[in-house]
Design a protein around this ligand. Structure first.
Ligand code: FES
Length: 500
């Protein structure tokens, strides 16, 4: 009896991301039915998946423990959180395997019924051999039933436990999916998954994140100040920033697929940290004040102002990170804001942020593998794009190439290495080049050709990739000539001109 689960759930069960499963589906290694995967099919391709191996279970145990800690802390007479967490996990597992066993026996009884019905047909004369054949069939079927329960049943039970701990949200009409952990709001979870959900205040006062519940159960986690009308409520309208998902849910929600659909915002932020990563490069981290949050697409920029000095920088953080805005600032004489930062901008100093601007963003509809090409500090918007692409889990593979003119290693080399170590689909390479590459003479062009060959040559079909390149104009021009000559369509070349 087939038991189907969504790609998101399958990915969590076997510990890979959705893009990996999508790649296997496209290659014909995994088959699906109406976009969902059969558990036994999943087990065939990932036979090593076992309950005790699953990091998700440990995580689920921790989540139960944390949640219960809050509930039972002050109540006497209840078992402690750890005991309850263990019991919930054990009971959920028991229920899952029992449920699975029942489904298989149900199928077995149907087959037995069909068998007996055939034997009972008027023109069949029952012989001794038929009884023996029935007995053999029963023995074999029961044996198969028991042998298949072990692995597949364990997987089924694991899925049930994960359903207790985290609900899945399916968005209409886009078909996007994301997981909601604990009491997180639908809006926070969707944004963290890299989706461009429409919202305004994120605290229940504007009504802009309204979405229609089509199936499943929601629970209020924040009291909204915005009042939905009776008619809206009767139609299943709910605010995503104020509700969490109790069960798996399907909701109709507005997503904003284009950067021009996001209006210019202004907010106050405070300096959270300033890290000097090179003599003339600093990483500035800002914390938006009063829980405010800048709505932007990865790859966009914002204008920062403080004490009459202002400059525009690419945002280096992901829109899925609601707690900070990151910028990579180079010390330049022409940049008063940078001068002030390098001469000592204090922690908690107020900075006004105005943005977002720009259209150097991910193509959200593309399933192509992506190549990101950064030059020195143009890594900032590239970092934002890479983090967003990783949160979305939709690209088959991500390749980051970073050309740098300072130091042995680029200034965030360890971060890139960590991504490559943690993610099977992420590949990273860097190349040290002489600063002369930014001039426009024949030597520079030759150096650049070497860099571009290093980017393109490892890939058999470079025209199958989406390219995201941030660099000074002369580099962009040569990139365009180089990649289009190798068959990359202009629509797959996204470029941002910036000083590095
Ligand atoms: S975003 Fe304003 S009410 Fe939800």
């Amino acid at each position: 009896m087939a038991r189907f689960i969504t790609l998101s759930r399958a990915a969590r069960l076997v510990g890979v991301n959705r893009a990996t499963l999508q790649k296997q589906i496209r290659a014909g290694d995994l088959s699906t039915f109406e976009g969902e995967l059969d558990l036994s099919e999943l087990l065939r391709v990932y036979p090593q998946t076992k309950l005790e191996d699953s990091a998700m279970i440990e995580r689920a145990d921790r989540l139960i423990e944390r949640a219960l800690n809050r509930v039972v802390r002050d109540q006497e007479g209840l078992p402690d959180a750890e005991v309850l967490a263990t019991r919930i996990a054990a009971m959920s597992h028991e229920l899952g395997t029992a449920n699975y066993r029942m489904r298989r026996y149900d199928l077995f009884m149907q087959q037995l019924q069909d068998y007996l019905r055939k034997l009972a047909e008027p023109d069949v004369t029952l012989a001794h051999t038929d009884i023996n054949a029935l007995r053999t069939w029963l023995d074999e079927s029961l044996q198969q039933l028991h042998s298949r329960i072990d692995d597949e049943g364990e997987l089924y039970a694991t899925d049930m436990l994960l359903r207790v701990m985290a609900a899945q949200v399916h968005l209409e009409p886009s078909g996007h999916e994301f997981i909601v952990h604990g009491n997180d709001s639908l809006l926070d979870s969707g944004l963290r998954a890299g989706l461009a959900l429409d919202y305004g205040c994120a605290d229940g006062s504007c009504g802009r994140c309204v979405a229609k519940l089509r199936s499943g159960t929601l629970k209020l986690v924040r009291k909204p100040r915005f009042r939905l009308s009776e008619t809206d409520r009767a139609q299943g309208m709910n605010l995503m920033c104020c509700n969490t998902a109790v069960t798996d849910v399907v909701i109709e929600a507005v997503e904003t697929p284009l950067p021009e659909q996001i209006e210019l915002q202004q907010l106050q932020a405070r300096v959270g940290s300033v890290e000097r990563v090179e003599d003339d490069i600093a990483i500035l981290s800002l914390r938006p004040a009063d829980g405010a949050r800048l709505r932007f697409f990865a790859g966009q920029s914002a204008r920062l102002s403080s004490e009459g000095l202002s400059a525009e920088y690419a945002i280096a953080s992901c829109p899925c990170d609601e707690h900070q805005l990151e910028f990579h600032v180079r010390d330049r004489d022409s940049d008063g804001f940078a001068k002030k930062l390098f001469s000592g901008m204090g922690l908690n100093q107020q900075v006004q942020v105005e943005g977002p601007r720009g259209d150097f963003v991910l193509d959200l509809d593309s399933l192509h593998p992506a190549i990101f090409l950064a030059w020195d500090t143009s890594f900032a918007p590239i970092k934002s794009l890479v983090e967003h692409a990783m949160a979305l889990e939709s690209a088959e593979s991500l390749h980051l190439f970073w050309a740098h003119t300072q130091g042995e290693l680029p200034y965030m080399h360890n971060r890139c290495r960590a991504w490559a170590d943690a993610l099977e689909i992420f590949h990273y390479a860097h190349m040290r080049v002489e600063p002369h590459v930014y001039s426009n003479d024949s030597d520079a062009r030759e150096t650049l050709a070497t860099v571009l060959a290093a980017v393109a040559e490892p890939h058999f079909d470079v025209a199958a990739f989406d390219f995201y390149i941030a660099a000074p104009r002369n580099i962009l021009d040569q990139c365009e000539r180089y990649f289009t000559a190798r068959g990359v369509p202009m629509a797959q070349l996204r470029m941002l001109e910036m000083a590095v």
